[in-house]
Design a protein around this ligand. Structure first.
Ligand code: FES
Ligand code: FES
Length: 159
């Protein structure tokens, strides 16, 4: 990481904020280390695990693969922007109700991916949910309950 800093403006969770960054810093580094938005997790730092998933202009992306400078003036949504005050977002609540998490390390990324999916396809099939989660790795759950949660969030009655 170089010492020279530049100021960029991010649209983070609906708020415009200015932050000083080095040119080679990733969005993940800036979120976690400069802005203390530590809900976004760092797993592999190589674009493999999906733990760092955020929404950029509404699309799920790996924050570890994006240069922060390239996100200037783009809309970035992190897990901190998903809940409304003390009310959890619908995917978060469904994950709790369906017991779709264990250690929780993958969960913020799962929530962002599923939120984007349901925004685009409000009534996905289980296969579509599994396909959407292809870039989000979970070591704990076996995925079935995460898919159950997505279907709950989509309004399907639990079986
Ligand atoms: S930390 Fe970014 S994909 Fe694993
Ligand atoms: S709940 Fe532990 S990695 Fe997914």
């Amino acid at each position: 990481v170089s010492d020279a800093l530049q100021s960029i403006r991010l649209n983070l969770n609906g708020r415009a904020i200015d932050v000083a960054i080095a040119a080679d810093e990733t969005l993940l580094e800036v979120l976690r280390e400069r802005l203390r938005h530590t809900g976004t997790k760092c797993g592999c730092d190589q674009g493999v695990c999906g733990a760092c998933t955020v929404l950029v202009d509404g699309r799920p992306m790996c924050a570890c693969l994006l240069l922060a400078a390239g996100c200037t003036d783009r809309a970035v949504t992190t897990i901190e922007g998903i809940s409304s005050g003390r009310a959890l977002g619908p995917v978060q609540q469904a994950l709790i109700d369906a017991a779709g998490l264990q250690c929780g390390f993958c969960t913020p990324g799962m929530v962002l991916t599923l939120t984007a999916l349901l925004e685009e396809y409000p009534r996905p099939s289980r296969e579509e949910v599994r396909h959407a989660l292809g870039g989000n790795l979970c070591r704990c759950t076996g995925y079935t309950k995460i898919v159950d949660a997505a279907m709950r969030a989509a309004g399907e009655q639990p079986t």
